[in-house]
Design a protein around this ligand. Structure first.
Ligand code: PHE
Length: 456
């Protein structure tokens, strides 16, 4: 039992299931269904997936537990939680900056996350109108190309999604979040299984499966390793305080290890199912696995256009994808909103509006990266690519590294042991992964990618 018993001013989850649902809601999102397949395709498949899975297990799981633990001990927004725990454990005040880094990362991610969620929203109506019926890969590709070349259209959908996010965040944690996720997650799961079943009828299931699970290390670069690691953070919502925030609403006495295992398994299963649904379609239609951010929008509609009840299933799929994105996007600004409420006495409503509107504004740069500004590139990356790279591949791993160091070395063993309650051996393994494995892995990968290791 924890010695201190802070109560969060923002409320508390009603029970363990509510926390699991909310944290899974945060974790499962566009990262699993949109991003995982396309970066797997761009980084050569199997070897990339293997590194990703290793990162999930050795870095993601222990860090998810650490963030939840810190949140529950601190019971405030990540910025204040880090400050409070630092004061309690006697560390340097510098640690509070980890909270700031996270708030910034969440804000930046939301700006482009909402743009892509807008695509999913637009595709709900495209699927429902029967637009995909009978089309071949080329027809589906044209629909996507025409869509992203129209910035006004993208802006409209981006705006709608951002308003949806602001509304839920403004209503607060208990009223807004708990209910939606409960039915959405199982339904998403079922639709993905249906899609995998469809993929198995294309005759290319084996090809897709091989691509994802037969590692060919000659196809993996250090850059790819960085992307795999970054994605482990991104997909589990780690390194920026979202899980720390949700952990702050977690009642005492709930097992952190067990809940974390459930969340990680659900997240990983959804990503792998999405890959298994998409890659057979890619190969069956001679598409390019490395075709980038549009991959799911160029592949899944082919399936919806050909399968029985494709209009219904397609519509439902995109509705659920929007829900998954929605329950993730709210967690991207929740840490910042909670901090504004705590420190500046601003109401939740105003805080949500300030943050949502500024992030919406920044999102316009990502929208233009797919059309008018497509050719504006720095080192081969558009503005959208840069935002994604900076946040997912640099800020989240850096934040995660600092959180691991903090939870592993600054927080006393006595404090973390009483919070973790996963037995002596489980605790020792967790501490080892957090203290040594995570920092070494993140630093080595950073050094390798930056080319610094070649100098030594
Ligand atoms: N985990 C979410 C996804 O996979 C994205 C996210 C990242 C949400 C970081 C919160 C914090 O879509």
């Amino acid at each position: 039992m924890a010695t201190q018993q802070r109560i969060s001013i923002h409320g508390q989850w009603s029970n363990r299931l509510a926390f699991i649902l909310a944290a899974t809601g945060s974790a499962v999102g566009l990262g699993n269904i949109w991003k995982f397949p396309y970066i797997t395709g761009m980084n050569g498949g199997g070897a990339f997936v293997l590194v990703y899975l290793l990162c999930i297990l050795c870095i993601g799981l222990p860090l998810l537990m650490a963030e939840t633990m810190l949140g529950r001990r601190g019971r405030q927004s990540p910025i204040n939680t880090m400050a409070a725990l630092t004061a309690e454990e006697g560390g340097s005040p510098i640690w509070a900056w980890v909270g700031w880094l996270g708030v910034l990362a969440g804000f930046l991610i939301l700006s482009y996350y909402s743009v892509i969620a807008g695509w999913a929203l637009a595709y709900v109506f495209r699927a429902a109108s029967g637009m995909f019926t009978g089309l071949n890969a080329e027809g589906i590709n044209t629909i996507f190309a025409t869509f992203v070349s129209d910035p006004e259209r993208l802006l409209a959908w981006h705006s709608i999604f951002m308003v949806m996010t602001m509304i839920v965040v403004a209503r607060g944690v208990q009223a807004g979040l708990e209910k939606a996720v409960r039915y959405m997650m199982p339904s998403l799961f079922i639709i993905l299984i249906l899609l995998v079943m469809y993929a198995s009828t294309t005759g290319y299931f084996e090809a897709g499966f091989d691509f994802m699970f037969t590692p060919d290390f000659s196809k993996l670069t250090w850059e790819g390793v960085l992307v795999a690691m970054g994605h482990a953070f991104f997909t589990l919502s780690l390194g920026m305080g979202a899980i720390m925030m949700y952990g702050s609403y977690l009642p005492n006495g709930v097992s952190i290890a067990k809940t974390s295992l459930v969340i990680v398994s659900a997240d990983t299963t959804v990503a792998l199912l999405a890959g298994m649904a998409i890659f057979p379609i890619v190969f069956a239609h001679g598409l390019e696995p490395a075709s980038g951010a549009g991959l799911i929008f160029k592949t899944l509609p082919i399936a919806f256009g050909q399968m029985d009840a494709g209009v219904l299933i397609g519509t439902l799929f995109f509705v659920l994808l929007v829900f998954a994105a929605w329950s993730s996007s709210i967690s991207l600004i929740e840490p910042a909103v909670a901090w504004l409420v705590e420190n500046h006495g601003i109401s939740r409503v105003s805080a949500s509006v300030y943050l949502g509107v500024s992030s919406w504004f920044l999102g316009i740069a990502s929208i233009l990266s797919f059309n008018y500004w497509e050719h504006i590139k720095l080192h081969g990356r558009t503005i959208f690519d840069w935002l994604d790279h900076l946040t997912a591949n640099i800020m989240l791993p850096l934040g995660g590294l600092l959180i691991a160091l903090f939870a592993g070395w600054v927080v006393s063993v006595k404090s973390s042991y009483e919070e973790m309650d996963n037995g002596r051996r489980g605790y020792a393994l967790w501490l080892f992964l957090l203290r040594i494995v995570t920092p070494v892995a993140v630093i080595l990968i950073f050094l390798n990618v930056s080319g610094l290791l070649d100098w030594i």
